[in-house]
Write a protein that binds this ligand. Structure first.
Ligand SMILES: [Zn+2]
Length: 628
């Protein structure tokens, strides 16, 4: 994900004496609770049901599905919050400059801090503008650029043009042999292995409600028997057990020869009819995990299947799983297998701040039956065939991906092919201009080849970029599918995630730096930013902070997530490049990606790879940058 700001916790369990107040600037979209100011609307996330809200001396109730509206000057929104009130607002703006955390402060103190933060923000904006002007003058942004897309030469927005120049001149490493297929990434330490998902879903007229069937085949990669598997129903974080967004019913477990599945000793579990609440003993982690016991222990290399009927209801609220009017974004909705390794099952909670998702490379065959007037950009390569009158059946295949995401809506679509042969489609919601969509396509085409030159060939052939400027994040990554605002840095960052998290997997909950710091560094490299002086700009603020800290830490220190994991993390990689030399760094990252292609990497793996690449003793470096 790309976050330029650190969202504050929004939830039902904010300590009574702590208020976390966000604010935006002119024209920003801010999620604010209704009731703080009567003319403001809110988007309450993570809360199941309603939330008692203090405001002007009364308790108001709100629902979690209201959409944010644009407000002219959001600072006013906090002025009626009293000392000791517990409420959080989540700014959703690119231009949000910062946050003020208030613990028992007076209203006057809140106002003072807000004014100070605004001053800081205005200074930063002025400095940004000056830097941009200097930068533009140096790089001749009006230089016409050839495009590699199917749309011929077009005039680019100056900012895109600058980036395109940088991407064009970025030094690429020499070609190397193609990376391995998944067979080379066989991993007996993590199971269930070789997951294969077959999914058939049919939507209603809106594309927000899907019904169908999912079948998962897997094997036990581990020498330790498998007694159960877990399905992750990540998107139940939105409604919890009370109103789950993802429902699994009529669950069947097969075991034995894969083809015989249900016939060979399989059991049928029909106890999961209805909502997850119907079988509370099986649901864990706020109904985001469903335990599926196997009839008998599954030995190493033996296979099993789980299949079930599935419903997915995309809620209102613009998010990676949510709706923006007629457009639905369906990230993390398909139930996927949790991972078991030497530390046990990974059953971490959902993180709204970043990602909790941890999956092994899998194959997906997904059929989406939808109204023909809705497009369904998705992970993978799609083929459309006519369905019932007025409907289209889109069959999508994706190999070696960790998850599958899609969207549905009356998108505008443009497409192109990169010089390296990657087909990229850009899907835009209604108010994205054709010029912006084209600029993002051109940038995506250059970026995918640029990243591929550094980290290995992009293996998926196709990629979909979905644009909506109302996302409250700058961008969100899925395999071969990204959500973005019209924001160059975001698309470069998300495309870097195709390698860091996608191709080279990691446990995003326990070591988010392995994907976010690397994606941010890759973005900086693509944009010609060398991170000069970055260590001084990103000081540690407490002894507890570690670059290798897990999401459980950042979810309780959300204002430090971006400064440490994004800024400090990419800075550490810049410093490593300076320490071991640029050529060694280039080779290190390329070879590290190859070594973990379609597999999973850990901090220990990266440290070992880095140390093996240089004669410089990196012990002091790891210590300084708190990479444990
Ligand atoms: Zn990211």
């Amino acid at each position: 994900m790309t976050r330029q700001t650190a969202p504050q916790p929004v939830g039902c369990e904010i300590p009574a004496t702590t208020g976390a107040y966000g604010f935006g600037v002119l024209g920003a979209t801010l999620d604010v609770y209704r009731g703080i100011r009567p003319d403001l609307h809110c988007s309450v996330r993570r809360c199941a049901g309603s939330l008692p809200l203090p405001g002007a001396g009364t308790v108001r109730r709100i629902t979690p599905t209201e959409e944010p509206v644009r407000v002219p000057w959001v600072v006013e929104a906090v002025l009626k919050i009293g000392v000791g009130d517990s409420v959080a607002a989540r700014p959703a703006s690119d231009h949000t400059s910062g946050y003020v955390r208030v613990v028992g402060a007076s209203i006057e103190e809140v106002e003072r801090r807000m004014r100070e933060a605004q001053r800081v923000h205005r200074r930063a904006r002025r400095a940004d503008r000056r830097a941009t002007d200097r930068f533009s003058a140096r790089h001749h942004p009006r230089l016409p650029l050839p495009t590699t897309g199917v749309h011929g030469v077009r005039r680019l927005h100056p900012l895109f043009a600058v980036l395109a120049v940088l991407l064009t001149v970025a030094a690429a490493p020499p070609d190397r042999a193609a990376p391995p297929d998944r067979a080379a990434a066989a991993d007996p330490t993590r199971t269930p292995g070789t997951p294969s998902y077959s999914v058939d879903l049919r939507s209603d007229a809106t594309g927000a409600h899907w019904r169908g069937h999912e079948r998962i085949a897997f094997s036990n990669a581990s020498p330790e028997p498998l007694n159960e598997v877990y399905l992750r129903l990540w998107d139940n974080f939105r409604g919890g057990c009370a109103t789950p967004s993802v429902r699994v019913t009529d669950l069947h477990v097969g075991q034995g020869a894969q083809d015989r599945g249900l016939q060979d000793g399989g059991v049928q579990d029909r106890g999961a009819q209805g909502t997850p609440g119907a079988t509370p003993d099986r649901y864990e982690v706020a109904c985001t995990a469903l335990r599926v016991p196997l009839p008998r222990p599954l030995p190493q290399a033996a296979s099993g299947t789980v299949e079930f009927d599935l419903t997915v209801d995309v809620p209102d609220g613009i998010d990676r799983f949510g709706r923006d009017g007629a457009f639905s974004f369906v990230g993390n909705a398909l139930p996927v297998l949790a991972v078991r390794d030497g530390t046990g099952w990974h059953l971490d909670p959902y993180s709204e701040l970043g990602e909790s998702f941890f999956g092994l490379s899998s194959d997906f065959a997904v059929t989406l039956d939808h109204p023909t007037d809705l497009l369904v950009p998705a992970t993978g390569t799609a083929v459309d065939t006519p369905g019932e009158p007025g409907r289209t059946v889109t069959r999508i295949g994706a190999r070696n991906v960790r998850e599958f995401a899609w969207a549905a809506g009356p998108f505008s679509r443009i497409a192109g092919r990169s010089a390296g042969g990657v087909r990229i489609s850009v899907y835009s919601v209604t108010d994205i201009t054709p010029k912006d969509a084209q600029a993002m396509l051109d940038l995506s085409l250059r970026t995918i080849d640029d990243h591929a030159a550094h980290y290995g060939p992009y293996p998926y052939g196709d990629l979909a970029t979905v644009l909506d400027n109302r996302f409250d994040f700058a961008g969100m990554e899925y395999p071969a599918f990204v959500l973005d605002r019209v924001r160059p840095s975001a698309v470069i960052h998300e495309l870097a995630h195709q390698w860091w998290y996608g191709i080279v997997g990691d446990d995003q909950y326990r070591a988010p730096w392995l994907d976010e710091s690397f994606a941010e560094y890759s973005m900086a490299v693509a944009m010609g930013d060398t991170g000069e002086g970055c260590t001084a700009r990103t000081p540690w603020q407490s002894a507890d902070e570690r670059l290798t800290g897990p999401m459980s830490y950042w979810d309780t220190h959300p204002d430090r997530y971006v400064p440490v994991i994004y800024d400090r993390g990419s800075c550490a990689l810049h410093e490593l490049r300076r320490l071991i030399g640029p050529d060694t760094m280039t080779t290190l990252l390329h070879d590290y990606a190859r070594a973990h292609w379609y597999g999973v990497s850990t901090t220990a793996d990266f440290k070992a790879a880095a140390q093996a690449a240089t004669s410089v003793d990196l012990t002091p470096f790891w210590r300084e940058h708190r990479i444990d």
